[in-house]
Design a protein around this ligand. Sequence first.
Ligand SMILES: Nc1nc2c(ncn2[C@@H]2O[C@H](COP(=O)(O)OP(=O)(O)OP(=O)(O)O)[C@@H](O)[C@H]2O)c(=O)[nH]1
Length: 173
Amino acid sequence: MPAKQRKVALLGFRSVGKSSLAIQFVEGHFVDNYDPTIENTFVKVFKLKGQDYELRIVDTAGQDEFSLFPSHYTMDIHGYIFVYAITSRSSFEIVRTLYEKLLDMSGKQQVPAILVGNKCDLLRDRAVSIEEGKQLADYMHAAFFETSARSREVSTLKKFVCIFCLYLQPQFL
Ligand SMILES: Nc1nc2c(ncn2[C@@H]2O[C@H](COP(=O)(O)OP(=O)(O)OP(=O)(O)O)[C@@H](O)[C@H]2O)c(=O)[nH]1
C-alpha cells in the first residue's frame, strides 16, 4: 500500500517551542539554543496500524497579533498544531487570535486542530492553568495536551500525530 501523505502546520507565538517539538519528534533530540524560524518543513515516515505515512510538519515563523496570517497556510494542510508555552500568558492569549485569523482566511467554521501547552517541565513558572488550556481547546473544537520538548514527552507528540493521521475528518481533506 502506498504511503499516505499528511501535512500539518505548527503555529504559535515566538519561542514557544514549535521547532523544538518538531526536532524532538523527527530527530529525537532537544535543541537548547534559540534560533528564530522563518519556515522549515520536517518529514517523518512511519507506520501506524499497518499503514505507512509520510508526515510533513511545517514549522512556521512565530506570530503575534500584528502578524499578517500567511494565506498559504490555509491550503493544502490537513491539520494545525497550535502551540503556546505554559510559562507565557501572552503566548496563550495569541492562540485564539491566530485561530480566528485562520478561520477567517480559510472561510471555514472549524479546522482540525490540536492545542499544545509546551514547556510543562517548567512547572514552577506556570502562567497558564490546565483548565484554561482545556477551555480554549473546547472553544477551538481541538484536542488538548500539555507537553515538553525538553523532557522528551515523545509519547504525547506521537499521540497528536496519530490523531492527524488516523482520525482526520473526511470533510477537511
Ligand atoms: N524548558 C523548556 N524549554 C524549551 C522547550 N521547548 C523549547 N524550549 C526552549 O525555548 C526556546 C525557543 O524554542 P524554539 O523551538 O526555537 O521555539 P519556536 O516556537 O520554534 O520559536 P520561533 O522560531 O521564534 O517561532 C529554545 O531556547 C528552546 O530550547 C521545553 O519544552 N522546555
